[in-house]
Design a protein. Sequence first.
Length: 133
Amino acid sequence: MVRRLLEQRPELAYSVSCTTRDPRPGEVDGRDYRFVSRHEFDTLVEDGAFLEWAEVFGHRYGTLAGPIRLRLRRTETEAGLSRRLAGARGEMAEAPRFDFIVVNDQVDRAAAEVAAIIDGVPGVKTAPDDPRG
């Protein structure tokens, strides 16, 4: 789904996540994921390097804050950037209260939903099992 969305939206960028799982056949470190040891992952967590992270089926996955390019904008001091990143972590904790949920079960539809959300197109629905309707 992400690949399709990036084809449709060249202004978006792909963020390579970190994971503690072993690479699958054909996966390349730094392209598909950044493969790290559990110890390295724990150190990154302790250093506050992730915007968000989770454990899924015994492996950890996380989005590094660095590659998101906020520093390259040069619109924030380091203190301001730290406040923004802390705010982002708080927002991620509120994910159940988000306005949109996109279920990635059909690539074309999911990419179209995300594009519609970005464009602010009315009528985009939340997931059918979303308690908010």
